[in-house]
Design a binder for this molecule. Structure first.
Ligand code: SF4
Length: 349
């Protein structure tokens, strides 16, 4: 894409990560589609034409639609169409009708009116819940948790659904190879730690994409042999996470507000946010039954995985509730609320 579209950086200034690009697509300078868009509107739909994906990216951007949700919902429509559950001409591998359907979704026209409600709604109405790849109504980003069990747990329990911005354990499991991806051991502690830290980082209004370079700068983490870190992370995540340096963010907070904040208080603030959100969800009827994954990810294995591994969600979920201080139905216990100074009455719960 860099060669074909002669890309250059197009990012928030003055960020040094420079994660966005623009380029010349058919004589027009456009934002280059990013990873999630290419994943969900590309390979997810068996489309490998970057110009078409760019067209759809433009439509979604102009219409204020999320490309992950749009791509996930189109995939449900294509599969439901194949199986005769939903009347549509959309087909995997074909670009025909996708641009028009995206506009119909935005304008609530024809079949677009149902698809605008997302794959959970459509699957409930027409069938195909096992292949509506969503959690709590949010379509899943382009990381298959069958190759990253911790991310499977993270998607299942995230307060707003299959969200990779609430937790990105896959980065430690897969990209950085710091924890064994195909084990359920230690994943609950790791998911909780990441959720707490990310909640606080997001509350600082700093970009989450800058998080990993900061976190991984400690000499211990940088210069320790990877296999030692991996054993430690997999066997004792609660201890290993102490090697991750998050001191920069409390320092940001202190430098702006003048209030002292240590690492422990920073993590505790994130924990309070997480539990508060969960309590609000509980008030809306969310519980263990919603902390799950689409049946396809729990029962079907990947063709590339010769060991045919599916996600051991139940085992990780029990442990996660324990470390979070939730009961076995996923409801925050009174003593957890007391520890975090959360008053139910103030929420009207
Ligand atoms: S890393 Fe964040 S702040 Fe930096 S360019 Fe990307 S989105 Fe913007």
């Amino acid at each position: 894409m860099a060669e074909r579209f002669k890309t250059s950086y197009s990012t928030c200034k003055p960020c040094t990560i420079l994660c966005g690009h623009k380029g010349n697509i058919n004589g027009e300078i456009r934002q280059i589609p990013e990873y999630e868009t290419i994943g969900l509107m590309g390979s997810n739909l068996e489309i490998f034409d970057p110009v078409k994906i760019s067209d759809w990216n433009e439509i979604c951007s102009l219409m204020g639609m999320d490309t992950i949700t749009a791509g996930g919902t189109l995939a449900w429509a294509m599969e439901a169409g194949e199986k005769g559950l939903f009347k549509t001409d959309l087909k995997f591998g074909s670009t025909d009708g996708v641009s028009e359907m995206l506009k119909d979704i935005a304008l609530l026209k024809g079949a677009g009116k149902d698809l605008a409600m997302g794959s959970k709604f459509c699957a409930k109405k027409y069938g195909g819940e096992d292949f509506a790849i969503q959690v709590k109504g949010m379509e899943m980003p382009a990381y298959d948790p069958r190759g990253s069990f911790g991310q499977g747990l993270a998607y299942a329990v995230a307060n707003r659904g299959a969200c990779h911005v609430a937790n990105s354990v896959f980065a430690l499991e897969v990209y950085m190879d710091l924890i064994e991806p195909y084990t359920y051991r230690s994943k609950a502690s790791l998911v909780k730690f990441q959720e707490d830290v990310i909640s606080s980082v997001n509350s600082l209004q700093t970009c989450l994409f800058t998080a990993f370079p900061y976190q991984l700068e400690t000499p211990l983490l940088k210069f320790s042999p990877k296999f030692v870190l991996k054993i430690l992370m997999t066997a004792m995540a609660a201890v290993a996470v102490r090697f991750i340096d998050i001191s920069l963010w409390p320092e940001f907070w202190s430098s702006i507000t003048g209030q002292r904040m240590g690492i422990t208080s920073f993590i505790r603030a994130g924990e309070r946010i997480q539990v508060l959100e969960r309590l609000m969800n509980t008030n809306e009827g969310i519980s263990r039954k919603d902390d799950t994954l689409p049946a396809r990810l729990l029962t079907e294995t990947r063709k590339c995985d010769t060991k045919e591994r599916a996600i051991p969600l139940e085992k990780m979920l029990n442990r996660y509730y324990m470390v979070r201080g939730y009961d076995k139905n996923g409801i925050p216990k009174p003593r957890t609320l007391k520890k975090l100074k959360i008053k139910k009455a103030a929420l009207g719960v």
